[in-house]
Design a protein around this ligand. Structure first.
Ligand SMILES: CC(C)(COP(=O)(O)OP(=O)(O)OC[C@H]1O[C@@H](n2cnc3c(N)ncnc32)[C@H](O)[C@@H]1OP(=O)(O)O)[C@@H](O)C(=O)NCCC(=O)NCCS
Length: 204
């Protein structure tokens, strides 16, 4: 039987305990500009160049048009308690023939270190594996970002290799680490690899 090709035509709302992920909208451009005004976020995401108020209109256009794209899923991360936008999570580079895609996340300072990144990552992985039917999700994380690496390991991403000198930042070169998680791994632990899988005891 030929399985249907996976795609991101559905733009879901994914609710967790602390965050809600919802499809991005044009107005998110203002908040994302604020997130990207933080030099730390630029460095941690390897975002070159500087943004100015002139970038607002093109960014509004970008965020307002994501719903039209079936090969990627761009979700805003919203703090449930305040309904405030804190960042975004993206599944992109969909390779439908191989059931795989890439993942990235960026939270602004007000959303960091509160468990939001961990929860948002688990929510989007669950959607990708259990609803879209993907097999493999991969990411890149710079060697100088142990917090992100910790989050990725916590939810079950495994290190695959190193892209040497992948980033040139302020005259210095840094490695990027490639990580991935596969559908059978997700089915084993559902984003909690630290919890041992309960093996049923053999029937007597
Ligand atoms: C990376 C990011 C998604 C993490 O999300 P977050 O909500 O801040 O992280 P959480 O609170 O869910 O979890 C952070 C974990 O890292 C740990 N941590 C924090 N700083 C750390 C450090 N310097 N070294 C190692 N671990 C660290 C925390 O203790 C926590 O682990 P624990 O739950 O076992 O205690 C978010 O901080 C972010 O978007 N940062 C800016 C952009 C960025 O780095 N994007 C990722 C690019 S690959």
């Amino acid at each position: 039987m030929i399985r249907p090709m996976p795609d991101f035509r559905e733009k879901p709302v994914l609710a967790g305990e602390s965050v809600v992920l919802r499809p991005v909208i044009a107005d998110d451009a203002v908040d994302m500009l604020e997130v990207l005004a933080d030099g730390d976020v630029l460095r941690l995401t390897g975002s070159h160049g500087t943004l100015s108020p002139d970038d607002l209109e093109p960014m509004r256009e970008w965020y307002g048009s994501r719903a039209e794209h079936q090969d990627r899923l761009d979700l805003a991360v919203v703090d449930r308690a305040t309904n405030q936008y804190v960042g975004e999570v993206v599944l992109n580079e969909l390779d439908a023939n191989n059931n795989s895609c890439s993942f990235r996340i960026a939270l602004g300072a007000r959303g960091q270190d509160r468990g939001f990144g961990t929860e948002a990552t688990r929510l989007v992985l669950r959607y990708a594996f259990e609803r879209v039917g993907l097999h493999r999700i991969s990411l890149e994380v710079y060697a100088f970002n142990p917090r992100a690496r910790r989050v990725y390991e916590k939810v079950g991403f495994k290190a695959e290799g190193v892209l040497r000198d992948a980033l040139l930042w302020e005259g210095e070169r840094f490695d990027a680490h490639v990580m991935s998680i596969l559908a059978p791994e997700w089915q084993d632990h559902h984003g909690h690899p630290e919890i041992p899988v309960q093996k049923s005891s053999p029937a007597h």
